[in-house]
Design a binder for this molecule. Structure first.
Ligand SMILES: Nc1nc2c(ncn2[C@@H]2O[C@H](COP(=O)(O)OP(=O)(O)OP(=O)(O)O)[C@@H](O)[C@H]2O)c(=O)[nH]1
Length: 316
């Protein structure tokens, strides 16, 4: 199969398509950046809407002829712990429910065991009754030469059975529109699933937790990949601070497994945690449109990844 490089994969004129896509790929493959590029940077929050799926909606692409809903998967990785197994169950469940799967493979990295593992999982999924189309997307195309990209595309082609292969650069705005058309082309004919203009229906607390998690993992992803759970304990208006822009108290607990990990998060003299707080607060203020007092607590939940009760408490 030849890689798609022109926007000619759009569905027939006059039909409206709607459905779900999810992005998978090893850590750092460029999934979040690509999601943002597809959806646009604007994030609108509607907290009065009940979650309609168990899966977090990352964003919605609205266009006159289609609605593409991008759902999140917690990441496909080899299960080593109970958490890993549960995540993978969740991933499988998500993958069989969506209309199209986007498998992200970075152009600047050799295809590795992590990619092969995901390719195998996807092959198993699509060997069953569900024949969910899989689009192999070569991300970060701007980081390699044309020649290298061509060679990489051939290797990706040999890795599995893909409905399409699309090279993109989310940061260089190369072929993101092409990918969008390809994805829409794989959606079933349907109606508007979410009213126009709503880009995400994640409850505020989940988005707040995600912003804190992002800030806390910045620069220490290698040391703490799956060892950090973030729970928003409280978002409340500060008493006596009513008016147009009341101050919100946001109390968040970060759970790690070991004292050594707690030390990493907190940093020397608490310097790192202060930085995490500043970064997360900026994001939360932008998200909620309020002034925020962010109160972060780091706690050790010993071996929480292996304890079902702890997992339940943390929302897994
Ligand atoms: N040059 C370039 N860099 C990119 C592109 N897309 C993503 N990146 C960078 O690659 C890194 C990882 O991107 P993410 O979007 O966070 O990757 P991810 O797959 O969501 O990562 P996880 O959350 O760890 O699973 C970031 O530093 C991005 O800025 C791209 O198209 N071009």
């Amino acid at each position: 199969m030849t890689p798609t490089t022109s926007p000619d994969a759009q569905g027939a004129a006059g039909t409206y398509r709607s459905g779900f896509a999810c992005l998978v790929g090893r850590p750092n493959a460029g999934k979040s950046t690509l999601t943002n590029a597809l959806v646009g940077q604007k994030v609108a929050i509607t907290s009065d809407r009940p979650q309609t799926t168990r899966h977090t909606i990352r964003g919605i692409v609205n266009r006159p002829d289609a609605q593409l809903i991008l759902v999140d998967t917690p990441g496909l990785h080899r299960p080593r712990t109970l958490l890993g197994e549960r995540l993978n169950d969740l991933v499988r469940e998500t993958l069989t429910q969506v209309d199209v799967i986007v498998f992200c493979l970075p152009a600047d990295q050799k295809i590795g065991p992590g990619d092969r593992y995901i390719a195998e999982q996807l092959a198993q999924l699509s060997s069953g009754r569900h024949k969910t189309p899989i689009i192999a997307v070569v991300t970060k195309a701007d980081l390699v030469t044309r020649d290298e990209l061509t060679k990489h595309l051939l290797k990706v082609n040999d890795l599995g059975e893909w409905a399409d292969i699309v090279p993109v650069s989310a940061t260089g705005e190369f072929q993101v529109d092409v990918l969008e058309n390809v994805l829409v082309g794989h959606l079933p004919e349907g109606v508007v699933l979410y009213p126009d203009g709503e880009l995400t229906d994640e409850p505020e607390a989940i988005m707040v937790a995600e912003l804190v998690r992002e800030a806390a993992l910045e620069g220490v992803r290698q040391e703490l990949p799956h060892s950090l759970a973030v729970v928003v304990e409280e978002i409340s208006e500060r008493e006596g601070s009513s008016g147009a822009n009341p101050l919100l108290d946001v109390r968040v607990n970060l759970y790690v497994e070991r004292d050594s990990q707690k030390a990493i998060i907190i940093g020397r003299g608490g310097s790192r945690l202060r930085h995490v707080g500043t970064e997360a607060r900026k994001g939360i203020e932008a998200l909620l449109g309020n002034r925020i007092y962010l109160d972060l607590h780091v706690k050790v939940a010993k071996d929480w990844q292996r304890d079902p009760n702890q997992l339940r408490k943390l929302g897994f």
